[in-house]
Design a protein around this ligand. Sequence first.
Ligand SMILES: NC(=O)c1ccc[n+]([C@@H]2O[C@H](COP(=O)([O-])OP(=O)(O)OC[C@H]3O[C@@H](n4cnc5c(N)ncnc54)[C@H](O)[C@@H]3O)[C@@H](O)[C@H]2O)c1
Ligand SMILES: [Zn+2]
Length: 360
Amino acid sequence: MIISVNLGEKSYDITLERGALGRIGEVVGRGRRVCVVTDDGVPASTVQKAIDALEQNGIGTLTYTFPQGEESKSFDTYLALQKTLLDAHFTRKDAVVAVGGGVVGDLAGFAAATYMRGIDFYNVPTTVLSQVDSSIGGKTAVDFAGYKNMIGAFHQPRAVLIDPDVLLTLPRRQAANGLAEALKMGLTSDATLFSLFENETILPPAPAGRENATVADIADRTTMTLLERVIARAITVKRDVVQEDEKETGLRRVLNFGHTLGHAVESCLGLSELYHGECVAVGMAPMCGAQIRDRVVAALQRLGLPTALPDGVKIGRDALIEAIKHDKKAGKSTVTAVLCDEIGSFRFVDMTAEELVARM
Ligand SMILES: NC(=O)c1ccc[n+]([C@@H]2O[C@H](COP(=O)([O-])OP(=O)(O)OC[C@H]3O[C@@H](n4cnc5c(N)ncnc54)[C@H](O)[C@@H]3O)[C@@H](O)[C@H]2O)c1
Ligand SMILES: [Zn+2]
């Protein structure tokens, strides 16, 4: 399936199909070199498939691998990658291919956006989160001085290849983490997508005692087909939003649903406790009207996502308020919050940090 993103001369296609990874060579095209950027948590076999597909098309490759984790989404890694491109004499006709999750995509995309004022960037996202969210829309960045995504650029990819098969090696918890973002998109913008989460088992639970289960351990053919449907609908929601508002001056803020409280929880907890999508899951129900809140909580719980702070974890009201104030745009006393009263719809409301925390 091809989902086209129409952004004038920056338009590109997202290909969603099993085995899409093997098509990266023909998509990038002959007569140039490619730097494959990845991290050491992406299975070597997945990276090798991409390299083989490139080389079979006569494309010379070099690989830049950095340690997995958000800590690597840094200016240091960015500089080391730029140095690698420079030492290999990459020119403006060469390209960067990201094979990994959102950390790899954001970092590789920013490197491509700025190397020699911008070279071609291709994204092969390998986590659910990056397949449904971060690989679409052209936001690239690194974290800086304790702030997430502080230095970055809008740089649309030339193409995105989404291969659901690469998700088989992903830990179940990481998959659920990414599905939180897809559920969010259904909730605000696509009632049919939300109904899949309500009525189908998108991600079966891990067997008892197998907290480290991967998608392959729990998913059969039916669940993989369902997962693919969810990914397709979520991509379409995100595509529509980005087409309407590429640089986030209005509508694109709908994607922040659940994120204002979610980010506050995330920054109070620090990096290790809950994943980003899990924090967003905690931040979603409070932004829903009373008439749908129970349905949203039930859908999140079906994925095994948290809907409240884990047992034993306490964050004070004041700490959350401070975190929201820290996040908000300088000079404004309120934040634009996204509320959902009816599945598949949303409204923007300016709220103070105190009002937001009172909803939790
Ligand atoms: N650009 C955007 O619009 C945008 C949107 C949302 C999030 N983001 C960013 O995305 C990042 C989070 O992305 P993420 O959740 O993908 O995290 P991630 O990139 O850290 O990946 C999670 C973990 O999964 C591992 N992994 C990747 N693919 C795998 C596979 N196929 N099998 C097994 N393990 C695999 C990685 O090595 C990593 O350890 C954050 O930095 C966030 O800011 C960006
Ligand atoms: Zn998010």
